[in-house]
Design a protein around this ligand. Structure first.
Ligand code: ADP
Length: 215
């Protein structure tokens, strides 16, 4: 199964993609996690990405395309994958078409996780993440609290607040989403791959709705 998720920052893509990846043993390729990892490791891609991420802007297309070309060709993706955060504009979507045809692979479904903007700001600013790369669990100070304040339930690591999850950058990221990423909804509707899922409500219900679109 090869699935792509669309949705604004804070729509819950990461949470749902992790559940889906684990249910079907799919590779979960999160562009944000891949980029943050590259920044942390000081790779060339990371050095190129950092200044854009710090401003809530899109990282240049060629950085993402090179990273995903490499990831998609890895054996971990051969049984299927979930794309989370890539593509994020039309040029990237067209490049992805090219990468997939090189691999003789098609997308099975594109899921648009739809959430009203006023909910997103609160979801993002209250988000806390586990910085342990092997875990990457996501919490929320109000909606999805860890059992012990500030500590990951799964691995015990101290939770952190992403530097771009601050209120001043959230508006910028949302406006980038509406301007550059949301046109992909029509792009994939045109390819008859699109399914829209309501991203508001209980995580379990949202997950059930996602599974229903895949069956
Ligand atoms: P969110 O979806 O909550 O904004 P991500 O973790 O997906 O968070 O992305 C964080 C940042 O990484 C983005 O603001 C952007 O700078 C960069 N980024 C992620 N994916 C892409 C992409 N496909 N193209 C360009 N930049 C990207």
């Amino acid at each position: 199964m090869r699935i792509l998720f669309l949705g604004a920052p804070g729509a819950g893509k990461g949470t749902q993609c992790k559940k889906l990846a684990s249910k079907y043993s799919l590779a979960h390729l999160s562009s944000g996690d891949i980029l943050r990892d590259a920044v942390k490791n000081g790779t060339q891609a990371g050095l190129a990405a950092k200044e854009f991420m710090d401003k809530g802007m899109l990282v240049p297309d060629n950085v993402l395309i090179d990273l995903f070309r490499e990831k998609l060709a890895q054996p971990a993706c051969s049984k299927g994958f979930i794309l989370d955060g890539f593509p994020r504009n039309l040029a990237q979507a067209e490049s992805l078409d090219g990468l997939l045809s090189e691999l003789k692979a098609n997308l099975d479904k594109v899921i648009d996780l739809k959430t009203a903007d006023d909910l997103l700001e609160e979801r993002i600013t209250g988000r806390r993440v586990c910085p342990n790369k092997a875990c990457n669990a996501v919490y929320h100070i109000k909606f999805s609290k860890p059992k012990q304040d500030g500590v990951c339930d799964l691995c015990g690591t101290e939770l952190s607040h992403r530097s771009d999850d601050k209120p001043e950058l959230v508006k910028q990221r949302l406006s980038v989403y509406h301007e550059l990423t949301s046109p992909l909804i029509e792009f994939y509707r045109g390819k008859q791959l699109l399914a829209t899922v309501n991203g508001e409500g209980e995580q379990e219900q949202i997950f059930a709705d996602i599974l229903a679109t895949l069956n």
